[in-house]
Design a protein around this ligand. Sequence first.
Ligand code: PEP
Ligand code: MG
Length: 325
Amino acid sequence: VKEQLLKLVEVPSLSQDGVPLTLAANISSLKELDAALANGAEGVGLFRTEFLYMDRSRFPTEDEQFEVYRAVVQKLRGETLIIRTLDIGGDKQLDYYELPEEENPFLGFRAIRFSLERKDLFKIQLRAILRASEYGDVRIMYPLITSIDEVRDANAVLSEAKRELAAEGIPYDADIQAGIMIEVPAAVAIADLLAEEAAFFSIGTNDLIQFTLAVDRMNEQISHLYEPYHPAILRMIRAVTNAAKSQGIPVSICGEIAGDVNALPIWLGLGIEELSLSAQAILPVKDGLLRTKAADSRKLLEEMFRCKTASEVRALASQFHAEAA
Ligand code: PEP
Ligand code: MG
């Protein structure tokens, strides 16, 4: 089976009726990039930079980060690299920096909230990303955005980092794109407004499901309630996609659900153009994609939106997949 799948590495990722769906990779390190490329990843849709900060005894310097970002983008040979700025806090701690003890760390001092509180550290990361943008198609992505102010504040730090580099005569891509993760219900509700300020959206379903359903993603006792096929989730993804489309910005899916081959008709039905998924999920999803028609997916999705329960949606999805197989 594995060899069969490996034959698909060079095959273009298109639906059976020819609709392209880019399959990019989620990575956390240079090493994971090799696995992603071996599986035919078309770019990196989510570079989780936490691990660069976790594998050491102090914050990584600008040069240390730059070296890694440059190495990744150079290996991508012209394909896109989306670097997510630090998403520390929540379940990810640093040995050398005392984050506050929190009752609800996932709702706490993490991600963009940390970066905007520690703008000194944020600017170091942005400078490193900007310097790497000289070597390929690098884009910036801010995590856990809940308001327009956060996007503007982050972009203000980005502008400052650009001004500094310009003054120092260090080259960077002046037109670098800055997009956001949509992973908080508030961001879904104001997606039309955010689409005017962000260059692209990437839907982080891991957090979006946890926050929408009020189900802690780490709590095993309630893991059966963590339900990607909940009608509420489908509606939120549709709302975000519509907002992005009316503003003409791209939208992708980068949570774990992107690796679920049964979910393919949802993306094809909504007209989503890119998924970002773990290396080992790329070829199974491509295999499913090649057997799935976008036209049929659109019809199925209409049926899914008439379902009242997650189990009905799931049943439709798995039946559709079984028929395509
Ligand atoms: C997500 O929340 O869906 C996501 C991709 O980010 P992380 O899993 O790192 O929180
Ligand atoms: Mg997240």
